[in-house]
Design a protein around this ligand. Structure first.
Ligand code: SAM
Length: 287
């Protein structure tokens, strides 16, 4: 058997279903001289199941990542092959590994990424929302103000939005999503790839009720996928919502200012809005 060449191998592991590991991932884990794991106690049963009984297993987690990254890079430079795994899914995706990869890249140490299970992609596969463009928000902020600020920032995001959430925080997040996104469609994937895999398909304003109606919704892991913002163009490419705001503003503001606010808010053509504003001004109760 050819020896694994010295490098950092990033190895995804299952997010629930133990069959979701590639042949290549198993081979790399068998052949690596050192396996760095987020939680060695958590990973040992998986490794044993794969027939990997006596690797050098090193702990590598959020709290020792900075300090350990340099040491691991040095081991590779001394000729060792090192595999990095996290508790589940793809390392670095809301998991440790970023600083280690930076340390290796900066030192010219080879980084070998393996494709594999990742909850972001798994949820996108099932959501039924546009997948040509999407963004990943990781975990949303915990503090209420920061959470609302982040959701406001995302209000006009035109890509599908994916984020992670814990069952404990989901009730508060669901309330916030309802307030900010209203009728926008959302899919929450819970316990994906596991026996009790569930997808809640609803709108943001109904999400709290939908989750509350399932007594199991406070258990297991969750990913949310939010439909992208669409300007909802009516005739002339101007949505009803934009017209509604314009109607309110032109009564009190100079036309130019009202047009600027509406076109910036809805991301629609200034010329179209201007034409609509002039038409509104012709109406007796406005002009
Ligand atoms: N690195 C992992 C990945 O590739 O998906 C993510 C690690 S992050 C610490 C853990 C979060 O991922 C969970 O809180 C949940 O939001 C999501 N997650 C992981 N496994 C999941 C599953 N089987 N079903 C739903 N969400 C999951």
């Amino acid at each position: 058997m050819e020896e694994l060449k010295p490098a950092l191998y990033i190895v995804p592991t299952p997010i629930g279903n133990m069959e979701d590991i590639t042949f290549r991932a198993v081979r790399i884990l068998r052949e690596a001289q050192i396996i760095c794991a987020e939680d060695t106690r958590h990973s040992r049963p998986l490794l044993e199941q794969l027939g990997i009984t006596a690797p050098v297993l090193e702990s590598f987690h959020d709290h020792n990542e900075m300090e350990k990254a340099a040491r691991i890079r040095d081991w590779i430079q001394e000729g060792k092959s090192v595999a990095l795994i996290s508790d589940a899914g793809t390392p670095l995706i809301s998991d440790p590994g970023y600083h280690l990869v930076v340390a290796c890249v900066n030192a010219g140490v080879q980084v070998v990424p393996l494709p594999g299970p990742c909850a972001v992609i798994t949820a996108l596969e099932a959501a039924g929302f546009p997948t040509d463009r999407f963004c990943f928000e990781g975990f949303l902020p915990v503090k209420e103000k920061a959470l609302y600020d982040r959701l406001e920032e995302l209000r006009h995001e035109t890509r599908t939005i994916v984020f992670y959430e814990t069952p404990r925080r989901m009730p508060d997040t669901a309330v916030a999503l309802g307030k900010v996104f209203g009728e926008r469609e959302i899919v929450v994937g819970r316990e994906m790839t596991k026996a009790f895999e569930t997808f809640y398909r609803t709108t943001c304003c109904k999400l709290s009720d939908v989750l509350a109606s399932d007594s199991n919704s406070d258990r297991g892991e969750m990913v949310a996928v939010l439909y992208p913002w669409r300007p909802d163009p009516g005739e002339n490419g101007v949505s009803d919502a934009a017209l509604k705001l314009l109607r309110l503003l032109v009564t009190d503001l100079p036309v130019k200012k009202a047009v600027r606010i509406v076109s910036e808010t809805f991301g629609c053509s200034r010329n179209e809005i201007y034409r609509e504003a002039l038409a509104l001004k012709e109406e007796p109760d406005i002009g």
